[in-house]
Design a protein around this ligand. Structure first.
Ligand SMILES: [Zn+2]
Ligand SMILES: [Zn+2]
Length: 172
């Protein structure tokens, strides 16, 4: 969905839309969309500046980077963006620090789908884990430790190793 900035009504534009994306367009390519992306946006124009306020909700499935089991990742995120014409990018150096979060549009058009996609990509945590304390896969038997099936002795904090670490620290 492309917004023609010249034709943007004075009172702004309200958008409520379901958007479909290909997982390949995400930074996390192994993601699966469990639901379409729902976007609620308001687009307003003040001078050359375009303000996009909105909210995206969806639900994705990621593969946990520790245990490799897919888990659901609900998305419910709000954002507040300011777009300025691309021509102003060259003047970026002259803009103050508070303007650093500005985004740029070109050709008097903004593609809403791209806006939403960018926001989606920004909201993923750097490490995708099914839970913060996911124990991952047992290095001995290869089973998922959390499932409780594994009976191997794989304490990550080996007391001997701890002593060695302290010893090394004292040496320094
Ligand atoms: Zn996990
Ligand atoms: Zn094991």
């Amino acid at each position: 969905m492309i917004i023609d900035i010249d034709r943007l009504p004075k009172e702004g534009l309200k958008i409520s839309k379901e958007l479909e994306f290909f997982p390949e367009s995400l930074v996390e390519e192994n993601a699966v969309f469990l639901k379409p992306v729902h976007a609620e946006l308001t687009v307003n124009k003040t001078g050359e500046e375009i303000f996009i306020k909105g909210k995206v909700t969806t639900c994705l499935s990621f593969v946990c980077s520790r245990c490799l089991i897919p888990f659901e990742f609900p998305v419910d995120s709000s954002f507040d963006l300011v777009y300025v014409p691309e021509e102003l990018e060259e003047m970026q150096d002259h803009l103050g620090d508070e303007d650093i979060n500005r985004l740029f549009y070109c050709g008097y058009k903004i593609d809403i789908k791209e806006v939403v996609l960018e926001q989606l990509n920004l909201m993923f945590p750097p490490k995708l884990l099914c839970s913060e304390d996911c124990q991952g896969i047992c290095p001995v038997c290869g089973k998922v430790i959390q499932s409780g099936e594994c009976a191997c002795e794989t304490k990550s904090s080996d007391p001997c190793l701890g002593k060695l670490k302290n010893f090394m620290r004292d040496k320094r």
